[in-house]
Ligand binder design. Structure first.
Ligand code: TGC
Ligand code: FAD
Length: 392
């Protein structure tokens, strides 16, 4: 077990932009993570197992539905607090942030925004506390970047819907009490359905063999003539725009989270560079190491500024899908490059579980792919600035 020696770096005094409440939320999360999660994360990563025992703690620090109103069990926080929480979680492990992202933005958000009052009352408090986990099924074996082509479908059988199809690469699927599933009706229109554990014909097997995000559980969702009660349809929004609007919220959280992973890699590399002696001096004294460190802190600082501004726009309800997409793409790309450079600074030690940079690096290979791949996000910016979508 390695000791968590993390110290946050705030090169441009960004903390001056934060309220006392935001700093308190961040500090409570950091303390809990250092005490309860950092000491076990490497072991679970190596085992390829989700540390399910941390779920109530995630609920207690407000990581499940930070911006969902308190009347539904959420923390009723602003978007910057939500971002800071995601940053702290991913500083420890992208898989931990993933669990909170999915629960908050992909499960609680659509139930809150598009659900009935009965659905909100039934699901949100249990999801907020961590008593229940949820998952979000959009991706299918043959439809990843292009979810509009999905095959999963349901028919109206009078007193219920009959759901068929399959989803793949679904975070938390095997542990989820409820799955927000996107499927087409008889006319081909996409709707969200709340599929509950135990419904006949519904299974959620775990997927194995991942070299990335190993402390997060990923599974399939299989629907074989599942009878879904009519009251489990999300009535508030239909069409592809419904799941895509949830992705806005989750991608925003990832933009913050990736900074956390980068900060951890930089902090570890900086410390190591001062402690490791070669050729009779700390390796941090060599110009090539300083170039790496200087570029890292520059890129982290730029990402912090970009993301804080995005948080303000989110708080004002003005952030666009394209702005969020740019931050997700930029920050994950920044973090993965920093993780690779940090690993090099650690020399051979960098490939071991003694240090977190190789784990972050492998995790970020998932993060750069899910919630829209890096290239899909380039195309989102391209479409935004030219007005010409180049997806097809
Ligand atoms: P397009 O024609 O652009 O849009 C279809 C309809 O949706 C509307 N729309 C939105 N509405 C609300 N909010 C948004 N953000 C919206 N974006 C689009 C749009 O106006 C349109 O409405 P209408 O009325 O005209 O029909 O759709 P497209 O089929 O061309 O696709 C565009 C594209 C490629 C950008 C989109 O499909 C996309 O983003 N693909 C990437 C797929 C993706 O990100 N999947 C993520 C799966 S979930 C996941 O990965 C979770 S990982 C979780 C974790 O562990 O953290
Ligand atoms: P593809 O769409 O097959 O893309 C393959 C390559 O082709 C990529 O490089 C892509 O950029 C490129 N490409 C595709 N289309 C274009 C184009 N038009 N122009 C240029 N290049 C293109 N999904 C969920 O619904 N829920 C989840 O909880 C979830 N969790 C996940 C957890 C993990 C660990 C991972 C790895 C994935 C998860 N996903 C989830 C799925 C994720 O959203 C998809 O993997 C992602 O959207 C990409 O789809 P794909 O893997 O099918 O790749």
């Amino acid at each position: 077990m390695s000791t968590d020696r993390f110290q946050a770096h705030d090169y441009y005094q960004m903390d001056e932009f934060l309220t006392d409440e935001q700093k308190m939320i961040r500090s409570a999360a950091r303390d809990w993570l250092k005490q309860d999660v950092s000491p076990i994360i490497e072991e679970y990563y190596e085992k390829g197992e989700f540390p399910k025992q941390i779920v109530p703690g995630l609920g207690a620090i407000g990581a499940f539905g930070p911006y969902i109103p308190e009347q539904y069990g959420g923390a009723g926080l602003d978007q910057i607090s939500y971002g800071l929480l995601m940053q702290e979680l991913e500083r420890v492990d992208s898989g931990v942030r993933s669990t909170a992202s999915v629960q908050s933005s992909l499960v609680m958000y659509p139930i809150w925004k598009y659900g009935t009052e009965e659905q909100r009352q039934k699901f949100l408090p249990k999801l907020a506390s961590g008593e229940w986990l949820g998952c979000f099924g959009l991706t299918e074996p043959d439809y990843g970047s292009n979810p509009s082509g999905m095959i999963s479908n349901f028919t109206d059988e009078g007193d219920h819907y009959l759901l068929n199809g399959a989803k793949m690469w679904i975070s938390n699927a095997p542990y989820a009490e409820v799955a927000v599933v996107w499927a087409k009706d008889e006319s081909g229109r996409i709707h969200g359905l709340l599929v509950e554990k135990g419904m006949e014909g519904f299974t959620a097997p775990e997927m194995h063999g991942k070299h990335s995000l190993r402390a997060s559980c990923t599974g399939e969702l299989i629907f074989d003539n599942v009878k879904v009660p009519k009251e489990n349809l999300l009535p508030g929004k239909s069409g592809l725009g419904a799941p895509l609007s949830c992705l806005d919220s989750a991608r925003y959280g990832i933009a913050w989270g990736a900074i956390g992973a980068a900060m951890d890699c930089y902090d570890s590399a900086l410390r190591y560079s001062k402690e490791r002696i070669q050729f009779d001096k700390p390796i941090g004294g060599f110009q090539l190491t300083q170039k790496k460190l200087a570029e890292m802190i520059t890129e982290i600082t730029k990402a912090q500024l970009l993301t804080h501004r995005l948080g303000i726009l989110r708080n004002e309800g003005r952030a666009t899908t394209a702005q969020i997409s740019m931050a997700k793409r930029n920050n994950v790309d920044m973090a993965i490059k920093i993780a690779r450079e940090a690993r090099q600074i650690h020399g051979a030690m960098g490939i071991t579980s003694e240090y977190s940079c190789m784990r972050h690096m492998a995790n970020l290979e998932s993060v750069i792919t899910y919630e829209g791949t890096h290239d899909i996000h380039l195309l989102i910016t391209g479409a935004d600035v030219t007005g010409i979508p180049a997806f097809k």
